[in-house]
Design a protein around this ligand. Structure first.
Ligand SMILES: NC(=O)c1ccc[n+]([C@@H]2O[C@H](COP(=O)([O-])OP(=O)(O)OC[C@H]3O[C@@H](n4cnc5c(N)ncnc54)[C@H](O)[C@@H]3O)[C@@H](O)[C@H]2O)c1
Length: 289
């Protein structure tokens, strides 16, 4: 009773991937995390009408939430819950894509396309990994400035017509590794061309069903490139969230710089700020009954 927990995604615990501590690849990940209701139907009603909930097997937008043992992680009581709440999705996805999936060597170069919650977290992850050249590409100047504050050594606008040439020059012939968070096929093509031979590009975005990525086959093979899809930064939350908290305690993961707090009553303002790009990660504070 009274423990403090952070919440993350759900997983079944029984499939091969869960048993291998790869719950982000749980065979029923989609069915558990995305239906917007609990097995058996909606869990919450107002005036008789069903209300969507249970995203990630726990969301409620209420002061109480139903969660499972597998998607809560107990944390120390001195830690600020309202700062660390977003660790369980976008932040672990960005940091984990770098530290768990790409695994760059210290001194490698890294480029991220899209400097939102996931992309900016990957910048922090690349700094933790010791990457020497960290580049962020976005259309929004405020996000490029934030990327620099978080450790990016270079920042470019995504609509620069000479982007590939500029990236190849800034990295001395191409980046060792990169991450696409935009889900835009043309950006994935650009990102692939910005890598050096044997480079790896991680892909995390969730674009519309049917979206296809492509790159010239001759270039892909000739350059020995790899593409790697990544869910939730390959995280096993009970292991990775405590690791993220250690980085936070050491000042290596200043997540407070990408968060803005809103009282719950201002949920619409929070959504607008997220949509217009002025805020990266809005966090709603609820009054406890
Ligand atoms: N794989 C996973 O487990 C996982 C987890 C969390 C989020 N996601 C997905 O990752 C994606 C990114 O999430 P987010 O929260 O960071 O989103 P976000 O909207 O905060 O960030 C996306 C960024 O891309 C930028 N952008 C748009 N067009 C661009 C272009 N042409 N060139 C460069 N930058 C461009 C936007 O300005 C924005 O800053 C989403 O699709 C989200 O659904 C996946």
């Amino acid at each position: 009773m009274g423990d403090h927990v952070l919440m993350s995604f759900g997983s079944c615990g029984d499939c091969d991937h869960c048993k291998s501590e790869e719950p982000a690849y749980c065979t029923t990940f989609r069915e558990i995390n995305f239906p917007g209701e609990r097995a058996g139907g909606p869990a919450i009603h107002q005036d008789g009408a069903p209300i969507g909930s249970n995203f990630f097997h726990q969301s409620s937008f209420a002061t109480l939430a139903l969660a499972q043992r597998r998607n809560v992680v107990k944390i120390d009581k001195d830690l600020p819950l309202d700062v660390l709440a977003p660790l369980g999705c976008g932040i672990q996805t960005g940091v984990g894509a770098v530290l768990n999936a790409i695994r760059p060597q210290a001194g490698d170069s890294f480029v991220v396309f899209g400097a939102g919650s996931v992309g900016l977290s990957s910048v922090m992850g690349a700094a933790i990994a010791g990457c020497s050249n960290i580049c962020a590409v976005d259309l929004a100047e405020n996000r490029l400035a934030l990327a620099r504050e978080l450790g990016a050594t270079h920042a470019f606008r995504g609509d620069d017509p000479d982007l590939v040439e500029k990236l190849r020059e800034a990295s001395g012939g191409g980046y060792h590794c990169g991450l696409d968070t935009t889900g835009i096929p043309a950006v994935v093509d650009t990102a692939s061309q910005a890598l050096r031979k044997r480079g790896m590009l991680a892909l995390v975005a969730a674009p519309a069903p049917g979206t296809r990525y492509s790159v010239e086959a001759r270039y892909m093979v000739g350059a020995g490139l790899s593409w790697r899809g990544v869910i939730e930064g390959d995280s096993n939350p009970p292991d990775f969230i405590p690791e993220l908290i250690e980085y936070y305690r050491k000042g290596q993961l200043p997540v407070e710089k990408i968060i803005a707090h809103y009282p719950f009553e201002q949920i619409n303002e929070a959504i607008h700020a997220m949509e217009d790009g002025s805020v990266v990660n809005p966090v709603l504070r609820m009054m406890q009954d």
